[in-house]
Design a protein around this ligand. Structure first.
Ligand code: ADP
Length: 702
C-alpha cells in the first residue's frame, strides 16, 4: 500500500509507560508551561484529572533540571505528622497546606495545586465556604509561583482565572502525535496496516493516559480480517452518557425530500467521506478547511429536521446530543453559558459527535430581536467561542434547527460557523407518500394503494379557508393512530388498511368543535354554496371533498379542491371564477336561510385581494382603470384611488351577482347537497356525483 498515512509496524514502539506517553503526546504543552514558570508566571493547566499526576511528574523532571523545585499540595498529610495535628478531610488538609505555603518561607519553588477546582469550584449561585477561605489565601502573597490544575468539567470563578497569566488547555491528543502512543502489539489488534488517522476518529477526545489504558485493554486476535469490533470497543469507552448513537438511515428512514438529501450528501457527507479516503495529509487538511463546523436545518415544526441530523450522525458514525434552546435558556442566568461549554466539552470528548441545538433562534436570535434580558447575548458569545475554539481536525459538528433562518444572529452564519443552510418545507405529495410508506412499513399497516392515495390527498394543503398543514410528524401520528385501531380490532396482519380506516384515524386524531344543529345547518349551507358555484364555474378546479366536520384548525367546514392542472399560469377567467366561488358561501346563506353569518369574513377578504390585484397589478380592471399598474403611495391622487376602488368593487359585485344567479338556478341541487352534507358530514366526490346533471359529472380537473 502506498498510503502515506500508514505507519509500518516496526516503526511503532514495543512498550510505552504512561509517563512516556505524556511526554510524547504533550511535549509542546509541557514546554510552554515550563517556560512560563521559569519566567515566574503562574500557570493554570486545564486537563482531565487522570492526567494530572503524570503531567506534573513530567513537568517536575524538566523543572528539576532547571533547578526549580516544587511543593505538591494534594491534601495528603506528611508521613511524620502527629495524628492530632492533622485536620479532618482532604480539603481541610489542602487548605492548611496552602496556608503554610503562603505564610511560610516562599523560596525558589513552585507551589502546585493539583485540585484547584475542588478548592474553589462555584456551584450555581455562589462560592462555597472553602472557596471563600481559599481565594484570599491565593492572593495573600504575590511572591508565590502557582501551578494550578483544573478539570474541564469544573468551572472556577473568574477571579481565580485571573490569578494565572498562563493558561494551557489539554483535550485529547493531537492527531499528528497519535502514532507515538500505540505499541506494535496494540496496532496488530486493529488490523493490518496501522493508520493513525483512522484510529483518531474513535479516540480524538481521549487524553494520553486514558488512551494507553484503553489500547492496553484491547482484546481479540492479531490482524483481524474485520477490525470493526476493536474500534467499536474503543468507541463505547469514549461515549459520554448524555450522547446517543443514532440509527437512522438517510434513505431508508427519512421519507421524501430527495433534493435535500442530495444536497446534504454532496455538500457535507461526501466531503467527509472523501476525507477519510484521502491518503495524503496535506489534501486532508485542505478539505478540513472547507468543511463548515456547523449547519442549519430550517422549516416548520415536525418536518424532520432533527431526524435529518440523526441520519447525518448515523452516516458519520457520530454520537449525537439534542439540546433544546428554550430549555437551555430557562436555566439560571450565567449557567446557560456554562451549560453550552459543558455540551461542547462532552462532544469533544465523545467525538465524532454532532450537537443539535433545537430552536437555535431562542438562544441566538438575530440582533434587534433580543427579548432584552441580555442572556442571549452572552449565549451567542459563548457559542461563538466554542465553535471557533475547536481544532479543524476535531470531529465535532454543530447543527441548529429553526423555523426561519433569518431569525438567527448573523454572526453565527458567517463562513466556518453555521455556514450551510438547508430548507425543509412542508412535505409535498411525493414526500408525503414516501413518509407514509416508511411508517406503513415500520408499523405493518398494509395500506392499500387506494388508502395511500387517499391519505396523501387528505394530508394535502389545498384546503379552502384553513391554515393547518401536515408535516412528517403529523403523518407519523396518523400512522400510529391507524396501528392502534388495528391492534384494538385485532385485525389480521395481512388484512390491508383501507380508505375508511384512514378517514377514521384522521377523525380520531383531530379535535373538533361541537356544533349545534342550527350551527351545522349554517355551515352546511355555506359549504354547499361554495361547492355548487365551483361546479358551475367553468374554470374552477374539480372538488375532491366537502366537509362540515371542522377537520382543520380554524375552519368549521371546507371545500377541498383537486390539484389544479396548471400551477404556473393563471388566467383572468380563473381568477374571476375564484371570486365567484368565494361569494357562493355567503349567497347560499342569503338564499336558503335569509340571514348571513360572520363565517364569510375570510372569503370576502380573499375575494377583495384578488379583485384588487386584477385592477391594480394586472391591468384587468376594465376601461376606467385601463392596462397599467397602480402604486399606492403619497403621489397617488384621491381621484385615482377612487377609480381603483370603484373598479374592484364592480368586479366583486359582478361575481356576487353571478354566484347568486347560479345558486338560484340550482337551488334544488343546493338544498339536496346541503341535506346530504348534514347527514354525512363529509362528502367524497363519489358521494355527490350522482346528484349532478350529466354535463357536470365528467369534470375532473379544472
Ligand atoms: P423537527 O425537528 O423538524 O421539528 P422531527 O425531526 O423531530 O421534526 O420529526 C418528528 C418525527 O416526525 C420524527 O421522529 C419522525 O418520526 C417523523 N418524521 C418527520 N419527517 C419525517 C420524514 N421525512 N420521514 C419519516 N418520518 C418523519
Amino acid at each position: 500500500m502506498t498510503n502515506a498515512r500508514f505507519v509500518p509496524e516496526n516503526e511503532l514502539p514495543l512498550d510505552i509507560a504512561p509517563g512516556a506517553a505524556v511526554e510524547a503526546a504533550y511535549a509542546a504543552e509541557l514546554a510552554r508551561v515550563e517556560e512560563a514558570l521559569l519566567a515566574r508566571l503562574p500557570a493554570l493547566v486545564e486537563c482531565d484529572k487522570e492526567l494530572v499526576p503524570y503531567f506534573y511528574a513530567a513537568l517536575r523532571g524538566r523543572l528539576k533540571k532547571r533547578e526549580l523545585r516544587c511543593a505538591y499540595l494534594d491534601g495528603r498529610p506528611p508521613a511524620d505528622a502527629p495524628p492530632e495535628a492533622i485536620p479532618t478531610g482532604v480539603i481541610g488538609t489542602m487548605i492548611s497546606q496552602l496556608r503554610d505555603a503562603v505564610r511560610g518561607p516562599v523560596g525558589e519553588r513552585v507551589v502546585v495545586l493539583p485540585h484547584l477546582d475542588l478548592l474553589v469550584s462555584s456551584s450555581g449561585g455562589g462560592l462555597t465556604s472553602e472557596a471563600r477561605e481559599v481565594i484570599p489565601l491565593l492572593y495573600e502573597n504575590p511572591q508565590v509561583l502557582w501551578l494550578g490544575f483544573k478539570d474541564p468539567s469544573f468551572s472556577v470563578p473568574k477571579v481565580i482565572h485571573d490569578l494565572f497569566p498562563h493558561h494551557e488547555h489539554i483535550l485529547g491528543v493531537d492527531r499528528e502525535r497519535l502514532r507515538h502512543l500505540v505499541t506494535q502489539r496494540e496496532a496488530r489488534k486493529l488490523g493490518r496496516g496501522f493508520d493513525p488517522y483512522e484510529l483518531y476518529k474513535y479516540v480524538s477526545g481521549v487524553n494520553a493516559v486514558r488512551l494507553r489504558r484503553l489500547l492496553g485493554a484491547l482484546g481479540g486476535v492479531d490482524y483481524p480480517d474485520d477490525p470493526r469490533p476493536a474500534f467499536a470497543q474503543l468507541r463505547r469507552a469514549t461515549l459520554s452518557s448524555s450522547f446517543e448513537m443514532p440509527d437512522v438511515d438517510l434513505d431508508a428512514d427519512v421519507g421524501g425530500y430527495d433534493k435535500v438529501k442530495t444536497r446534504l450528501k454532496n455538500e457535507i457527507l461526501d466531503i467527509l467521506a472523501a476525507k477519510s479516503r484521502l491518503a495524503d495529509e496535506a489534501a486532508i487538511k485542505r478539505i478540513e478547511a472547507l468543511v463548515p463546523r456547523g449547519m442549519i436545518f430550517w422549516g416548520p415544526p415536525g418536518t424532520g429536521k432533527t431526524l435529518f441530523a440523526k441520519a447525518m450522525a448515523t452516516a458519520l458514525k457520530a454520537a449525537i446530543i439534542v439540546v433544546s434552546g428554550p430549555e437551555l435558556k430557562s436555566k439560571w442566568v450565567g449557567e446557560s453559558e456554562e451549560n453550552i461549554r459543558q455540551v461542547f466539552l462532552k462532544a469533544r470528548q465523545s467525538a465524532p459527535a454532532i450537537i443539535v441545538f433545537d430552536e437555535l433562534d431562542s438562544i441566538a436570535a438575530a440582533r434587534g430581536m433580543y427579548t432584552g434580558s441580555g442572556v442571549e447575548h452572552s449565549m451567542v458569545n459563548q457559542l461563538l467561542t466554542e465553535m471557533d475554539g475547536f481544532r479543524k481536525e476535531e470531529l465535532v459538528f454543530v447543527v441548529g434547527t429553526t423555523n426561519f433562518v433569518d431569525s438567527i444572529d448573523r454572526a453565527l452564519l458567517r463562513p466556518g460557523r453555521f455556514e450551510f443552510h438547508l430548507h425543509i418545507p412542508y412535505p409535498d405529495p411525493a414526500d408525503r407518500r414516501a413518509i407514509l410508506g416508511i411508517h406503513d412499513r415500520k408499523l405493518g399497516l398494509a395500506l392499500s394503494e387506494r388508502a395511500s392515495d387517499y391519505a396523501v390527498k387528505r394530508t394535502g394543503d389545498l384546503v379552502e379557508g384553513a391554515a393547518g398543514r401536515y408535516s412528517g410528524d403529523h403523518i407519523q401520528a396518523l400512522c400510529r393512530q391507524i396501528a392502534r385501531t388495528r391492534l384494538r380490532a385485532a385485525r389480521p396482519t395481512a388484512e390491508p388498511t383501507e380508505v375508511a380506516d384512514v378517514e377514521e384515524a384522521l377523525s380520531a386524531y383531530l379535535e373538533r368543535p361541537d356544533l349545534t344543529k342550527a350551527e351545522e345547518r349554517v355551515v352546511a349551507t355555506h359549504e354547499a354554496g361554495h361547492a355548487v358555484c365551483a361546479l358551475f364555474c367553468e374554470h374552477a378546479p374539480a372538488i375532491d371533498r366537502i366537509s362540515i366536520r371542522g377537520d382543520l384548525a380554524g375552519a368549521l367546514g371546507f371545500v377541498q379542491y383537486a390539484d389544479p392542472a396548471h400551477r404556473y399560469v393563471t388566467t383572468r377567467a380563473q381568477l374571476l371564477d375564484s371570486i365567484c366561488c368565494l361569494m357562493g358561501g355567503r349567497e347560499a346563506e342569503a338564499l336558503l336561510l335569509d340571514d348571513l353569518s360572520i363565517g364569510s369574513g375570510h372569503d370576502l377578504e380573499r375575494a377583495t385581494v384578488i379583485a384588487r390585484a386584477l385592477v391594480e397589478d394586472l391591468g384587468m380592471g376594465g376601461e376606467r382603470t385601463g392596462v397599467r399598474r397602480f402604486a399606492r403611495d403619497i403621489t397617488t391622487s384621491d381621484a385615482t384611488l377612487h377609480d381603483v376602488e370603484k373598479a374592484a368593487h364592480a368586479i366583486l359585485e359582478e361575481q356576487r351577482t353571478r354566484a347568486a344567479k347560479i345558486l338560484t338556478e340550482q337551488q334544488a341541487l343546493l338544498a339536496t347537497l346541503r341535506d346530504l352534507l348534514l347527514e354525512k358530514k363529509v362528502l367524497d366526490r363519489a358521494a355527490f356525483v350522482d346528484l349532478l346533471p350529466e354535463s357536470k359529472r365528467q369534470k375532473t380537473h379544472g
